[in-house]
Design a protein around this ligand. Structure first.
Ligand code: ACO
Length: 331
């Protein structure tokens, strides 16, 4: 059996209609448009309303765009992976519900929890399933309803996050295009800096955990910022070295949109030009597992066959990595 590469062959996306602007946040917490813009680069983010629609609502919309655009018979989809830190429910998986709702009745599915690196990890899983030769169509969705776990009295986190979903289809490629290589890592010590303390097996939900606001995302921004910059830059350098590439060989860097200053620091660290970095953080904020596919969704028309893309992300866990992929189609 010849091992085939797994290429992205379609992109879909969904962001909720409701826009939460920096001016709106000024009314909610002690902050300012000036602080948010200069410290994060974010101007507005999208919020799912009502929250009870769940992450699957956005994931289904993103997946349906692909099914319609590519005119796919959904029964031919083999696997649905949903990368998310905000599943509809702790049990059962969001992927199961999404697969059924889009009519993927012959598929299996599962969720990946890699926080902001969830989509990067999902790319690895999707490509491995294709390269095994056993599956032909793998739908990978990055989707998060961050507004469901954000404390809107905590100014240091509530200004950063937004909701959204992006999806890609992975298929085998005869020309060797698609996912080429990756460097993926975790460091469990990082959970002290970025976590939701309660609601898991260590601290199940109780009236005390609710009163102590322990079901919201807690982040120590400054250390996370430093780890994010150094680890993403190191992973990018390693994947470039492993493939005998220099930064000039790369057409676009598709980097997790956590903070514009993190993107600037990575660009500076690696001496990348502004044109090489895809950026949309000003409109969506940090949508966790959705940032990478939403970049592809926004910039799809710019991407050309054979171009070299470097994906990178960093998130809770800690989780991080870099993935080298060649683009497989022209729009
Ligand atoms: N408005 C005004 N002032 C604020 C705000 C706000 N929204 N938030 C914090 N401040 C204040 C702080 O109170 C502090 O004031 P002090 O100096 O009087 O104590 C000051 O601004 C500086 O605070 P820092 O936390 O040091 O601010 P920083 O410049 O680091 O920005 C931020 C905070 C945006 C969170 C940044 O640290 C960051 O982006 N961190 C990395 C985020 C990241 O990459 N996360 C990983 C992915 S997320 C995931 O996996 C789910």
């Amino acid at each position: 059996m010849t091992t085939k590469t797994a290429a992205i062959t379609a992109v879909g996306g969904y962001v909720p209609e409701h826009v939460l602007t920096n001016a709106d946040l000024e009314q909610m917490v002690d902050t300012s448009d000036e602080w948010i813009t200069t410290r994060t680069g974010i101007k507005e983010r999208r919020i799912l309303k009502p929250t009870s629609l769940g992450t699957s609502f956005m994931a289904i919309a993103a997946a349906r765009e692909i099914v319609q655009k590519k005119n796919i018979d959904p029964t031919t989809i083999d696997l649905v992976i949903v990368s998310t830190a905000t599943p509809d429910m702790p049990v059962s998986s969001t992927a199961s519900f999404v697969a059924t709702e889009i009519g993927a009745t012959n598929a299996f599915g599962y969720d990946i929890q890699g926080a902001c690196s969830g989509f990067l990890y999902g790319m690895s899983a999707a490509a491995a399933h294709i390269s095994s030769g056993r599956y032909q169509k793998v739908l990978l969705i990055g989707a998060d309803t961050m507004s469901s776990i954000i404390d809107y009295t905590d100014r240091s986190t509530c200004v950063i996050f937004g909701d959204g979903a992006g999806a890609v289809l992975f298929e085998p490629n005869d020309e060797g295009l698609g996912l080429q290589d990756e460097v993926l890592r975790v460091d469990g010590k990082g959970r002290e800096f970025l976590k939701i303390e309660a609601g898991g097996s260590m601290l199940p939900a109780s009236s005390e955990t609710i009163d102590a606001r322990k079901h919201f995302l807690h982040q120590e921004g400054r250390p996370v910022f430093k780890f994010a910059v150094s680890n993403m830059a190191a992973a990018i350098n390693q994947v470039l070295d492993q493939n005998n590439l220099t930064k000039d060989d790369i057409d676009y860097v598709v980097a997790h949109q956590a903070n514009k200053r993190i993107l600037d620091a990575i660009a500076k660290n690696l001496d990348l030009s502004y044109e090489q970095m895809l950026v949309n953080i000003e409109r969506y904020g940090n949508t966790t597992a959705a940032t990478l596919p939403l970049l592809l969704w926004d910039y799809e028309s710019k991407l050309k066959k054979n171009q070299k893309l470097l994906f990178t992300a960093f998130g809770g866990g800690f989780t991080w990595g870099a993935t080298y992929l060649t683009w497989a189609y022209n729009t």
